[in-house]
Design a binder for this molecule. Structure first.
Ligand code: URP
Ligand code: ZN
Ligand code: ZN
Ligand code: ZN
Length: 461
């Protein structure tokens, strides 16, 4: 089965070229000057469109247990929504409950995802119980294709690890070439601020932002970087939201340390003003780290340009407004933390191109090529080149759309971007050569997506 994509502008992390793409079965067979290829079984006309490698969202939480409930997208609904938005790979987080093993956790996540996904998927491992057995199991995880481990400086009593535990895990990671991913917020200090606010009768969603100030993200980020330096561990800061944290990452990178960071669309487009919306509406925007004052957005866009922020992921962790966010009415600390977004990352970052914040090449690099390299998937993913998986998006850069819960495909009853106008729209999506989305129609199926066994980070110096 040969598919020919003709007449488009083929994008990569280094630029754009007018070319045709020949897909043979599940892989890219060749990229060549327009008109070079002959017959094919299917021809997709991409004239006037971009042809880019499928998006890789390296930070999602499908069916994640949190705050007494589960994130509302299953692997089936969440990966379908991802495909609609031009994302053809997700890397989701398996969550180790305290007292259980990493390998049994991994088995559980395979059971949740296998046979359900519309697109390919991999796993990171959340380590919440550091002990001799867990540290040893990190090696088996790497052998099983899970080469990155998330730890938390936030959420004492839940996922939190002490500096000592982090140091031990980083030492192990350094020894085996794995990456430590860090949720960098000072959870001990935050819990005090939360308790104070609640004692003063301040229970509304805006307090979520006010009790998690950006300084406490900056402090934790600096501390994580210091611990990584002492242990020579690769470090990847997840969901970076604050200028203070970005400054710490930039300084470490200038120093030549193996420190990397991602940000998320919500920190580029939304702000603490959204958290302050009346009638509990702010609960829709509760995620950690919290949305920041608007000024931080300028720094984040600059960080994307300078590569101090290397990746854009969504941290997709949806909870319905009606019955899930509701758990925290009157007590913001009980609002399940997380926001939906897996469907709109490619569009929102393309909007950054339209607005002149980033280049086309940077769009592709931060949303596809770099996540592939960062998490050991390149060159199978993240590029349109001979031999790569034919994960390809045909994107119409001039189409107009309005984001809305009424039209999105995520299993959640609101959109954080309701009413936002976007220039650009996904037209066709191929996942390993198969057309899964085409001009507003869905042709994918649960179980098409395969587990991706990942190598180590491909950026280490
Ligand atoms: O609020 C968030 N970010 N929820 C998802 C879990 C995490 O910390 O990434
Ligand atoms: Zn399942
Ligand atoms: Zn986190
Ligand atoms: Zn997350």
């Amino acid at each position: 089965m040969r598919t020919l994509i003709t007449g488009g502008t083929v994008l990569s992390s280094t630029g754009a070229v007018e070319a045709d793409v020949l897909v043979d079965g599940e892989r890219v067979a060749a990229v060549a000057a327009p008109g070079v290829f002959g017959e094919a079984d299917t021809v997709l006309d991409a004239a006037g469109k971009y042809v880019l490698p499928g998006g890789i969202d390296a930070h999602t939480h499908m069916e994640m247990p949190f705050g007494g409930t589960f994130s509302s997208d299953t692997f089936e609904t969440g990966t379908r929504a991802a495909a609609w938005g031009g994302t053809t790979t997700i890397i989701d987080f398996a969550v180790q409950p305290k007292g259980s093993s990493l390998l049994s956790t991994l088995d559980n996540w395979h059971e949740k995802a296998d046979g359900d996904c519309a697109i390919d998927y991999g796993f990171h491992m959340i380590v919440s119980d550091v002990n001799d057995a867990t540290l040893k199991e990190m090696e088996s995880c790497v052998d099983a294709g899970v080469s990155s481990f998330k730890m938390f400086m936030a959420y004492p009593g839940v996922f939190y690890s002490t500096d000592g535990e982090i140091l031990r895990a980083m030492h192990k990671a350094a020894g085996i070439g794995a990456t430590i991913m860090m949720h960098a917020e000072n959870g001990i200090a935050i819990d005090q601020l939360v308790a104070q606010a609640l004692a003063e009768g301040k229970g509304e969603p805006e307090q979520h932002g006010l009790t998690r100030p950006p300084e406490l993200e900056g402090e934790a980020t600096s501390r994580a970087i210091t611990l990584a330096k002492v242990t020579a561990s690769p470090l990847y800061i997840v969901h970076l939201s604050a200028a203070q944290a970005l400054a710490a990452v930039a300084a470490a990178r200038d120093d030549g340390q193996n420190v990397f960071a991602e940000t998320c669309p919500q920190y580029l487009y939304l702000s603490i003003e959204d958290l302050a919306k009346p009638d509990f509406e702010g609960a829709k925007y509760v995620a950690s780290p919290p949305l920041r004052p608007k000024e931080h957005q300028t720094d984040l866009w600059r960080g994307l340009r300078t590569n101090d922020l290397s990746v854009v992921s969504t941290d997709h962790c949806p909870f319905c407004f009606k019955d899930q966010k509701e758990l925290g009415r009157g007590d913001f600390s009980k609002i399940p933390n997380g926001m939906p977004g897996v469907e709109h990352r490619m569009d929102l970052l393309h909007q950054g191109v339209v607005a002149g914040e980033i280049s086309l090449a940077r769009w592709v690099e931060t949303c596809s090529t770099t996540p592939a390299r960062m998490f050991g998937l390149y060159p199978r993913k993240g590029v349109i080149a001979p031999g790569a998986d034919a994960d390809i998006v045909i994107y119409d850069p001039t189409a107009e759309q309005t984001i809305s819960a009424a039209t999105h495909h995520m299993a959640v009853d609101y959109s954080a971007y309701e009413g936002l106008r976007i220039t650009g729209k996904v037209e066709t999506v191929l996942s390993r050569g198969r057309v899964v989305v085409d001009r507003g129609e869905y042709h994918g199926s649960a179980g098409h997506g395969r587990f991706l066994s990942r190598d180590l980070c491909q950026y280490l110096s």
